[in-house]
Design a protein around this ligand. Structure first.
Ligand SMILES: [Fe+2]
Ligand SMILES: [Fe+2]
Length: 488
């Protein structure tokens, strides 16, 4: 598998470079398309701004069609493909992706191809047809395609969207919620640094929605926390810890009100890291004694920041406990140094387990080994009673299961896939639903979602079985892409 996957991903440096360049071109074109579409909804074709932006889009398309004859955007399962490449979602472009996907969806467009020979004038006429079509209350793909033909636009070809919906609206909303949480936290942190008023009401509402979603589909929410965005580590980490803490608290029997408080506490557990110098946070080597002391100040700094909030009265008191105590170990060691087990808050013990898990399963510059989920859970079990509260840890291990959503798995057919949903019945715990991402030869594919409980009717044998979980980083797979794609 190792070899095959290597070939499939075009592991030589030149291919990698091409893929990167292609990604950049695709994102640039998407941004331009987004701008022109927006302007053409507002202005006539002779408008200067429209002309100017259409020129940029046109030039971008021309560069691609000169080399590849066509520039095609395709929408499938909520992802955008450009000339066969899946365009990677990044947080900063999320709004643009969402906009373009929505524009395609409204018009039932599955693919839009610009062919070589396209003129700037033709492109503007096309964009106007596209924009105009939105104003009418109802229109069909056929109407738009008809109008494009009538207008003599020969170098743009549209294809109708073929529904291939594998995601429920619940799962889509959950993905959206995940990103909303990250945006909200980012805004909160920025405001905190500018010393502005934080809106804890919004945070509370967000926690309530997370709670509702977890009540509906716990495993999907837990799967979302597999999304690891390395650039925005603290944000991503805080949202993961928040979601997993609510899910774990629910398993421990906390009430709805308590879970909302727990979510808020977990959301802000590392607030104090805003004070830790970035060179220390991201130092690629072991911290010196002095640096470690600075790093270990973050619990106290976080608690102080929370107390100073103007909106302090809306904050659960336990948030302060959690900020202060989430690095206290079960045997009373850890930091800060002056705690007794009896006084450590239950919320802090929950966040401690989840925080540790999310940290060791995330790649960081200074961390040599990144644990797979299964490895992380077994390592943590070795430290039950010394590092973690054994009851809470056990509930957590049960919740995370053997192959949680988002695990990259190697199947006995040679295929590689990502666990997309679990089968809750006990005999099928090891037979989740898996989205295939390579074929048996190891070539990357945008494969279907298969159910591992499916049997070959003749032989009464399971069609596919998981051989082992793989580390996504070793195989250069970005699991988050497959989930982000659904967050439209
Ligand atoms: Fe921390
Ligand atoms: Fe943390």
């Amino acid at each position: 598998m190792n070899e095959n996957a290597g070939n499939a991903e075009g592991s030589n440096a030149r291919d990698r470079k091409d893929v990167k360049a292609m990604q950049k071109t695709a994102v640039d074109l998407l941004i331009r398309l987004h701008i022109v579409l927006k302007i053409s909804k507002l202005y006539e074709s002779n408008n200067d701004m429209l002309q100017e932006q259409a020129k940029l889009l046109f030039e971008g398309i021309r560069d691609v069609t000169a080399a590849e004859d066509e520039a095609t955007f395709k929408v499938r399962q909520g992802a955008i493909f450009f000339n066969g490449f899946r365009v990677k979602f990044v947080l900063s472009n999320y709004a643009i992706f969402k906009f373009v996907l929505e524009e395609f969806r409204k018009r039932e467009i599955g693919a839009m191809s610009f062919l070589s020979g396209l003129t700037r004038d033709e492109l503007i006429r096309f964009m106007i047809v596209l924009a105009k079509r939105e104003k009418k209350a109802s229109f069909s793909f056929e109407e738009i395609a008809g109008e494009v033909r009538e207008a003599g636009i020969d170098h743009v070809v549209l294809e109708k969207f073929q529904p291939n919906e594998t995601f429920t609206s619940l799962e889509k909303n959950a993905s959206k919620l995940f990103f909303l949480s990250i945006f909200h936290l980012k805004e909160t942190f920025e405001k905190e640094q500018r010393d502005e008023n934080l809106k804890l009401n919004t945070t509370r509402r967000l926690m309530q929605s997370i709670f509702n979603h977890i009540a509906d589909n716990e495993s999907f929410i837990c799967g979302l926390t597999n999304i690891k965005n390395h650039d925005e580590y603290t944000l991503n980490h805080s949202v993961n810890v928040c979601m997993l803490s609510i899910a774990l608290g629910r398993r421990l029997g906390l009430t709805r009100g308590e879970l909302v408080d727990l979510g808020m506490a977990a959301f802000f557990h590392d607030l104090g890291k805003l004070e830790t110098p970035i060179e220390i946070l991201n130092k690629p080597a072991r911290l010196s004694e002095e640096e470690r002391e600075i790093m270990e100040l973050h619990p106290c700094q976080g608690a102080e920041k929370l107390i100073q909030l103007r909106d302090f009265k809306r904050l659960p008191l336990r948030a302060i406990h959690v900020a202060l105590e989430h690095h206290i170990k079960e045997d009373d060691t850890g930091y800060p140094h002056y705690f007794k087990k009896e006084t450590t808050n239950l919320f802090s013990k929950i966040v401690k387990v989840v925080d540790y898990f999310d940290a060791i399963t995330t790649k960081r510059i200074y961390r040599k080994k990144v644990f797979t989920r299964a490895e992380a859970l077994s390592l943590m079990l070795e430290h039950s009673r010394t590092e973690f509260n054994p009851v809470i840890l056990k509930a957590f291990v049960n919740m995370m299961g053997a192959y949680p959503i988002g695990t990259l798995v190697h199947l006995d057919t040679g295929e590689v896939g990502i666990v997309f949903n679990t089968n809750p019945e006990t005999p099928y715990l090891l037979r989740p639903k898996v989205k295939l991402i390579t074929n048996a030869q190891g070539n990357k594919v945008d494969g279907e979602i298969v159910d591992l409980t499916d049997k070959d009717p003749g032989a009464e044998k399971f069609l596919r079985t998981i051989l082992k979980a793989l580390d996504p980083d070793t195989y250069d797979v970005n699991v988050s892409d497959y989930f982000l794609a659904q967050a439209q």
